[in-house]
Design a protein around this ligand. Structure first.
Ligand SMILES: Cc1cc2nc3c(=O)[nH]c(=O)nc-3n(C[C@H](O)[C@H](O)[C@H](O)COP(=O)(O)O)c2cc1C
Length: 359
C-alpha cells in the first residue's frame, strides 16, 4: 500500500516523517540532510550554534553566521526538504529566522513561545510557517490572532504531546496526568479547531504530531486519526548521522524507563531528561554562581537557577555527560542500537506499510 506524502504549502515530502528540531546542536546539517535524502523533512535546530565563549556584543553576529554555515552545509548534502526549528524564547529569534530565510529555508517550525508577530517578520508567502503547539487552545489563539491581524493562516501545525523530549508545553501538574493529554485525545480537538481557518483560507492545514512515536505502527495510528505526518526526535538521536557525542547516544542506549524523568529547566518549563550525575549534583548543591555573558533565552531565570542550560546541553553534546543535561523522549529507554538514518527510515516505512489502514 502507498504511504501518504506530507504536503506543507507547495512542498511535498515523499514520506510523512519530520525529524524534529533538537537543540542544542543535536540536530545539525548532517542529520537533517540525511533525513531529507530519505524523503522526509530534516530540521536544523537554530539554537546556540556559534562559539559560546564570546563577548555579548558578538553573540547575534556569531549565531547568525553559524546558522548560515550550518544551512549551507546541509544544502551541499541534500536537495531534499530542509527546515529550521527556532524557540520563541530565544532572545535573537527573529534575527535567526531572517538568516534562515536568506539562506533559502522554506519551512519554519516555531516552538516554545507564541509566534504572535511571526507573519510580520516573514512576509514571503513561499516560506511556510508552522507553529508548534501542545493544545487546540494554543493553536486557535495563534490562528485567530494571525487571521485578525495579518489576514494569514498557518501552513501547518506541529502538535507535540507530553511524551516528547526536550522542553514540554505542559505544566508539571498536567504531566502527572499524562493520559488526559495523549495525542489520541488532543489531535481530534486540534483538527476540529482548525476547520474554520481551513475553510476561510481554502486550504488544508496539515497537522504533524510528535511525542512518543516510536515505530511504524505508531505512525500508522496517528495517520488514521487524521494527522498528516509525524515528528520524531528521540529515535533520530541514535543514528550515525546525528552529531551528538557517542557518550550522549550511549546514555540513551543504557537508560532504563525509570531513569527518564521530568526536570524543571532554568527557563521555567518542564523538560524530560535522563537522570545522571549532573542532575544529582544540581539537586544536591547546584553548580555555584553562574555567569551569563549574553541572555540567550529571554525567559531564562538565571539568577534563580542552579545551572546554565545552554552550557549543560553543550557539555552533553560534546561528550561530558557527567556535567551535562541529556534531554530525551519518554521512549528513549527502548532504543538499543545505533542505526543509519537510511536503516531507521526503511524500518519505519516497512512497519508503516504493514499497519496502514486500507481506507
Ligand atoms: C534531545 C532533544 C532536544 C530537543 N530540542 C528541541 C528544541 O530545541 N526545540 C523543539 O521545538 N523541540 C525540541 N525537541 C523535541 C523534538 O523536536 C520532537 O518534537 C520530540 O522529541 C518528539 O518526541 P520523541 O522524542 O518522543 O520522538 C527535542 C527533543 C530531544 C529528544
Amino acid at each position: 500500500m502507498e504511504i501518504p506524502k506530507l504536503q506543507i504549502g507547495n512542498l511535498i515530502a515523499e514520506i510523512p516523517i519530520v525529524q524534529g528540531g533538537m537543540g542544542v546542536r543535536v540536530s545539525l546539517s548532517s542529520l537533517a540532510a540525511a533525513v531529507a535524502n530519505e524523503g522526509g523533512i530534516g530540521t536544523i535546530s537554530a539554537v546556540m550554534l556559534g562559539d559560546i565563549n564570546i563577548h555579548r556584543n558578538d553573540y547575534e553576529r556569531i549565531s547568525r553566521e553559524a546558522l548560515a554555515a550550518e544551512i549551507r552545509k546541509a544544502k551541499n548534502l541534500t536537495s531534499g526538504l530542509l527546515a529550521i526549528n527556532v524557540m520563541g524564547a530565544l532572545s535573537n529569534v527573529y534575527d535567526l529566522i531572517k538568516t534562515a530565510i536568506q539562506e533559502g529555508i522554506k519551512i519554519l517550525f516555531f516552538g516554545a513561545g507564541l509566534p504572535t508577530k511571526l507573519p510580520s517578520v516573514v512576509e514571503d508567502p513561499t516560506v511556510n510557517l508552522v507553529p508548534i503547539i501542545s493544545s487546540a487552545r494554543a493553536g486557535s489563539l495563534i490562528l485567530r490572532h494571525w487571521d485578525e491581524r495579518y489576514g494569514r493562516t498557518a501552513d501547518g501545525l506541529v502538535l507535540e504531546g507530553p511524551l516528547a523530549g526536550g522542553h514540554l508545553g505542559f505544566t508539571e501538574e498536567q504531566l502527572n496526568h499524562i493520559d488526559d493529554y495523549s495525542l489520541e485525545r488532543l489531535l481530534p480537538e486540534v483538527l476540529e479547531s482548525i476547520k474554520f481557518f481551513e475553510d476561510k483560507y481554502g486550504k488544508k492545514i496539515p497537522v504533524v504530531v510528535g511525542g512518543g512515536i516510536y515505530d511504524g505502527k505508531d505512525i500508522a495510528k496517528m495517520l488514521a486519526l487524521g494527522a498528516s505526518g509525524i515528528q520524531m526526535g528521540t529515535r533520530f538521536v541514535c543514528t550515525e548521522e546525528c552529531d551528538v557525542s557517542p557518550e550522549f547516544k550511549q546514555a540513551y542506549i543504557d537508560c532504563k524507563e525509570e531513569d527518564i524523568i521530568i526536570v524543571k529547566s532554568p527557563v521555567g518549563l518542564p523538560g524530560r531528561a535522563i537522570k545522571n550525575k549532573f542532575l544529582e549534583d544540581v539537586e544536591n548543591n547546584g553548580n555555584g554562581k553562574i555567569k551569563c555573558h549574553y541572555k540567550c533565552l529571554s525567559i531564562c531565570k538565571i539568577e534563580k537557577s542552579k545551572y546554565c542550560i545552554a552550557k549543560a546541553l553543550i557539555n552533553s553534546f560534546s561528550g561530558d555527560v557527567d556535567h551535562g543535561l541529556i534531554f530525551c523522549g519518554k521512549n528513549a529507554y527502548r532504543v538499543n542500537k545505533i542505526l543509519s538514518v537510511k536503516e531507521l527510515i526503511n524500518e519505519l516505512v516497512q512497519e508503516l506499510k504493514q499497519h496502514l489502514s486500507p481506507n
